[in-house]
Design a protein around this ligand. Structure first.
Ligand code: MN
Length: 158
């Protein structure tokens, strides 16, 4: 378990946010929150999370568009971004992947699995430089391959 890993949760629905924060904090994660694209951008001006949980359906700039914006910015292009989506159809997976997400989790959030799912995404990253400081522009931050979770982590992507 990646205790002390920083998770940025981008989610417009307060109840979903509350649930995600409670689960992740209970499992030792440091949780940052943003309820829209603007808040997300402001937080990323100040620091880098180890992983972003990105809600797809949001008013205004949605999660796909926000992911595209982050991928287009050298300062954030290598962040690990995992989509939260209510849709698991193949075309939706393709859209999530095309936007630049490293994988996705299916909503509703699975309370007993979320912390482990996040840990597995973090563990799947290529090895980082040991001190994490000398290569601030490292490109190894993202997941090695696109992955997803549906009923149980490890289920194949649709
Ligand atoms: Mn939403």
């Amino acid at each position: 378990m990646n205790v002390n890993a920083r998770v940025l949760v981008v989610e417009d629905q307060p109840l979903n946010m509350e649930l995600a924060v409670a689960i992740l904090e209970n499992n030792g994660y440091e949780v940052w929150t943003a309820s829209d694209a603007k808040e997300c951008m402001a937080i990323l001006q100040k620091g880098r999370p180890d992983i972003i949980l990105m809600d797809i359906q949001m008013p205004g700039t949605d999660g796909l568009e926000l992911t595209r914006l982050l991928r287009a910015d050298p300062a954030t292009q290598d962040l690990l971004i995992v989509a939260l989506t209510a849709h698991a159809m193949e075309e939706d997976a393709d859209r999530v992947r095309a936007a630049g997400c490293d994988g996705y989790l299916i909503k509703p959030i699975q309370t007993r699995l979320l912390a482990q799912q996040i840990a597995e995404f973090l563990a799947d990253r290529p090895a980082l430089s040991l001190d994490g400081v000398t290569e601030p522009s490292r490109t190894g931050y993202r997941a090695a391959k696109f992955k997803c979770a549906s009923r149980q982590f490890g289920d194949p992507c649709p």
